[in-house]
Design a protein around this ligand. Structure first.
Ligand code: 6PG
Length: 246
């Protein structure tokens, strides 16, 4: 696991943007396309703004970039809690990306269970066509952008939920705890997240010092969801020093 500390969210986001830009251009050059799974929350906001800035977006061939959602709330696209809405407003509406490259979570399905199943099928189908499945048939994303909540959740994988240990499915429906905005969620599992080429974990926002400490410790006293993330060198943890403030 690589650890990088930044003085503030702006510096962190600039580093992350540059890293996404480089990874996208390398992937496009090597295999003709780039896949990224995005997260919601406040931590990635500046990254989305940076990517939509013309100086950055002009350096990317959006026709060859495919965007997915690592987790979503089971609400309409226009809902203020929708991760699609956030990313659409900050990024997609400002760039020229073909509609077919945007793999938004199918929140129009009749239930959250069906939405998770349909999304899993769509993802497998896409990666299969691109020859992007590994030997076990699991998609290999170029980048998984992950956030972490104050309770240590990542994507919509919350503490104490059975989905943390899911070994078959790559997308699941989750009932988030009562304190979470919108309880019906669709989430990638660690089986899919940890199979990516690169995982970027954003640790930003006050009051995350304790979870960061536990996560980074070699001898953690807790079992936080973020501790299930791959700890090899393909994972880069970006720490905004404000997490140590309360
Ligand atoms: C979501 C996210 C989630 C997020 C964390 C961190 O809930 O939609 O994808 O996993 O990354 O809750 O949120 P903040 O960045 O706002 O702290």
């Amino acid at each position: 696991m690589k650890l990088l500390e930044f003085n503030n969210i702006l510096e962190l986001s600039n580093w992350a943007t540059d890293s996404i830009l480089k990874a996208a251009n390398i992937a496009i050059e090597q295999k003709g396309y780039f896949t990224i799974s995005l997260c919601g929350g406040s931590s990635p906001i500046q990254i989305f703004k940076n990517l939509s800035n013309s100086k950055v977006s002009e350096q990317l061939d959006w026709n060859k970039i495919f965007i997915f959602w690592g987790d979503e709330r089971f609400v309409e696209d226009t809902n203020k809690n929708s991760n699609y809405n956030l990313i659409n407003t900050l990024l997609l509406s400002n760039i020229s990306i073909p509609e077919k490259n945007i793999f938004k979570t199918p929140v129009n399905e009749s239930s959250v269970e069906i939405a998770a199943e349909v999304y899993e099928k769509q993802i497998i189908e896409f990666f299969s066509e691109k020859n992007g499945l590994d030997k076990k048939g699991i998609p290999v994303f170029d980048i998984m952008l992950q956030g972490a909540g104050n309770d240590g959740h990542t994507a919509s994988l919350f503490p104490g939920t059975p989905q943390l240990k899911e070994t078959k499915k790559i997308v699941v429906n989750v009932e988030a705890p009562e304190y979470a905005p919108v309880r019906d969620r669709i989430s990638f599992t660690f089986k899919l997240i940890n199979n990516a080429e690169n995982i970027i974990l954003l640790l930003s926002g006050r009051n995350k010092g304790t979870i960061a400490g536990n996560f980074l410790s070699n001898n953690p006293k807790t079992d936080l969801p973020i501790q299930h993330l791959d700890r090899s060198n393909k994972t880069t943890v970006l720490i905004d020093r404000s997490i140590y403030l309360s």
